[in-house]
Design a protein around this ligand. Sequence first.
Ligand code: C2E
Ligand code: MG
Ligand code: MG
Ligand code: MG
Length: 280
Amino acid sequence: KAKDLGRNNYQRYSEQMQARFKWRMSTEVLLRHAIEADELVLHYQPQIDLRSGRIVGAEALIRWESPSLGRISPAQFIPLAEETGLIVPIGRWVIERACRDAASWMRSTEGAHCVVAINLSARQFNEEALMAGITSALSENQLAAHHVEFEITESMVMQDPVSASGILKKLRDMGCKVALDDFGTGYSSLAYLRTFPLDCLKIDRSLVTDVAIVCAVVQMAQAFGFKTLAEGVEDEAVLAVLQDVGCDIVQGYYYARPMPLEEFKSYLRSHSEKFPASVN
Ligand code: C2E
Ligand code: MG
Ligand code: MG
Ligand code: MG
């Protein structure tokens, strides 16, 4: 009987594996064509400076609209793209498109100071051609490097802190900004962290509702000379706490969800006045 059970379990396991394998195979094939088929788009989510009340940046977040699979979340297809190496052409496309889009909003007065934040994946980050790709995206769009910020995650830099530090330095030497994404979800060594050439710590969404943690992280970041950005701000109560503890920048559904470029441009226009100091 135990044997039967084992066999059943195995069968179920093997069916699941096959289903997953099939999903991966078909998704990989479709993803391979997604760039040329124009199925990838970037949405932009505003970042608001709490002291000035102004929009100081926007994070580029990729969207895949597949005619056959429907809308697929980046949390699903980015890991697949990483495993298959497709992240390299996709990542290159993201940098090019984000720079082009940022150059287009930067030509308006209300968007002139709005930095674009671009997520980098581990593979891309360690790619030899990264710097060349960035340089050409900047020059093609006549975009100043200080209008671009790169987000890398804590786990990416901690895999090899020494070489990561070197890449971060190169990015900053070019004039770009660097932010550590999802901070608080990995296991950063504080000793390394303080030596990293960073502009900003992005406090992970899972931590922003914890007053004590947020307060501690902001204080530590200030001591290290980094700005702080809180992600996933969804309500006014959280915003009040962030303002109290001296967090610099916020991003979240409370202000806006990620939106298509044209929508973001009109958002910039309609919010060219500063946000009211809504709390305190
Ligand atoms: P991330 O870089 O940490 O991006 C923040 C995620 O939180 C986004 O999810 C955003 O839509 C979501 N978010 C923002 N505000 C709120 C909020 O108030 N509440 C909640 N519940 N969520 C909020 P999204 O767009 O699904 O992206 C997921 C992840 O996929 C990103 O996490 C990033 O790691 C990755 N990703 C997205 N675009 C790219 C890209 O162009 N390249 C790479 N390499 N990764 C990307
Ligand atoms: Mg990010
Ligand atoms: Mg994040
Ligand atoms: Mg995240």
